[in-house]
Design a protein around this ligand. Sequence first.
Ligand SMILES: Nc1ncnc2c1ncn2[C@@H]1O[C@H](COP(=O)(O)OP(=O)(O)OP(=O)(O)O)[C@@H](O)[C@H]1O
Ligand SMILES: [Mg+2]
Length: 244
Amino acid sequence: MNTKAIIGVQPELPYSIEEAVNRLRINVSFFGTDVRKILIVSSEPNEGKSFVAMSLWKQMALAGEKSILIDADMRKSVMVENYKISREDGKELWGLSHYLSDNKKLVDCILSTDIPDGDLLPNVNNIINPSMLLESERFSNLLDSLAKEYRYVFLDVPPLGLVSDAERIGHICDGAILTVRSGVTPKAIIRSSVAQLERAGCPLLGVVLNRAGAGGGKYYGKYYGKYYGKYYGKYYSEEYYKKT
Ligand SMILES: Nc1ncnc2c1ncn2[C@@H]1O[C@H](COP(=O)(O)OP(=O)(O)OP(=O)(O)O)[C@@H](O)[C@H]1O
Ligand SMILES: [Mg+2]
């Protein structure tokens, strides 16, 4: 039995954002049953990966699809701090780096939540260079076994442009959703991210245009996403970049 998490911060999202994430969830469900391990990535920091990953995981689980969100940004994990996560039993919180490097049991690292189909694998201790851990068989075996237990394994990872973690993880995932900060991320950088994912052998499942619109309170006004099916991902992505 996994320990239950207490999640201290559960932001209410504006209706427009809820709706956009709902559309993303539906589009992800069209990818087919072979697409289970999904990377949520971006080119640069601060484009909204963690936000999109958490929102998508939550909606998917609420819709009854058993889902786990892994905080695989082991260099700069924010999940525990942003959402004020602790264990209901009051014991010390363990996470991905504990599982990979300290041989902790998985059952002691995965947290269940108030959402019956939504579990979390947080990361508690940041690591300066997690490359070896990400290349380890223990990590790929972990993803494979979780993909058997859960319909979706979502992975929040560092940006592609900074370190090679996302490529390493992408190599053993079924696909990636590229988060793009609308109107901010330069096109050339987006193109190079698409090429990086291709080199890593990680199919581009779709692009989320995040943080569209400017100003207007905590959530930057309008949010919307464009998501393209597995087989058309590349074609549409290129079309899209040509137009913008
Ligand atoms: N659609 C959105 N609407 C409003 N605010 C957003 C949206 N997406 C992200 N943000 C805010 O932007 C900031 C950066 O988001 P987030 O932490 O998800 O980015 P990230 O890509 O994971 O960053 P990092 O590369 O540092 O991990 C956060 O304060 C988050 O709340
Ligand atoms: Mg993040």
